[in-house]
Ligand binder design. Structure first.
Ligand code: PGA
Length: 250
């Protein structure tokens, strides 16, 4: 089946609301009428409503970089699914390696967040990926499969359709060191095969698997031409409108 590619901008802790607005003002004309790919921006929480308003009526969607699993409660600094939806966002990142590394998110937390996102009709992009020492020890497949199993525990076949997976080798994030298209394609095949084991071939065939880790305008097309690569999660190169637009139009 053909999967519509999804190209996402992860702005991390960059851009004030005014800077986010300026990005959108410059970016929308560059991608006007572009329907081949889904385009999603992930600004910081403080710029979320600015960006949602700025993209209104366009072909661009907006998501939150992090969302709590509880409906509400005493969780200082967190945002809930209802809050995300109330401002008009539609997507969330879950389990980004920086959340895992600096904020102690593990597969159990990823699973709780995924269940909450699915329950609320929010499109989750679940990030997985191996560290350099794990790759060098030949453990890439084991790590990816364990992260997938942890994330997907208890997810039913019926609920699984909106799930998007992002394969982000940790050693490639923000380092300028990209996985080769062949390395990425191999990892994506492993991921799809494992999803097939967990949720069956129909779900595995439909789930989009994005690549992330130093995606730039000059390497996007060789990565995105790979059969099992269904889009990109872009950090550094998504901060400038022309560079992100060039990736969207790979
Ligand atoms: P990068 O970040 O493109 O700057 O490597 C990707 C990500 O962290 O999602």
């Amino acid at each position: 089946m053909s999967r519509k590619a999804l190209i996402a901008a992860n702005w991390k802790m960059y851009k004030t609301p005014a800077e986010a607005q300026a990005f959108v003002d410059a970016f929308l004309p560059l991608v006007a009428g572009h329907t081949r790919d889904e385009i999603v921006l992930f600004p910081s929480a403080t710029s979320l409503s600015t960006v949602v308003e700025a993209v209104a009526g366009s072909n661009v969607a907006v998501g939150l970089q992090n969302m709590h699993w509880a409906e509400e409660g005493a969780y200082t600094g967190e945002s809930s699914a209802a809050m995300l939806k109330a401002v008009g966002a539609t997507h969330t990142l879950i389990g980004h390696s920086e959340r895992r590394q600096y904020f102690g998110e593990n597969d159990e937390v990823v699973n709780l967040k995924l269940q909450t996102a699915l329950k609320h009709g929010i499109i989750p992009i679940v990030c997985i990926g191996e560290h350099l020492d794990e790759r060098e020890a030949g453990k890439t497949a084991v790590v990816l499969c364990a992260q997938l199993r942890g994330a997907l525990t208890g997810v039913t076949l019926e609920a699984a359709a909106p799930i998007v997976i992002a394969y982000e080798p940790v050693w490639a994030i923000g380092t300028g060191r990209t996985a080769t298209p062949e390395m990425a394609a191999e990892a994506h095949q492993i991921i799809r095969a494992e999803i097939s084991q967990i949720l069956g071939p129909a779900v595995a065939d439909a789930v989009r698997i994005l690549y992330g880790g130093s995606v730039k305008p000059d390497n996007a097309s060789s990565l995105l031409q790979q059969h099992d690569i269904d889009g990109a999660l872009v950090g550094g190169a998504s901060l400038k409108p022309d560079s992100f637009a060039a990736i969207v139009k790979y």
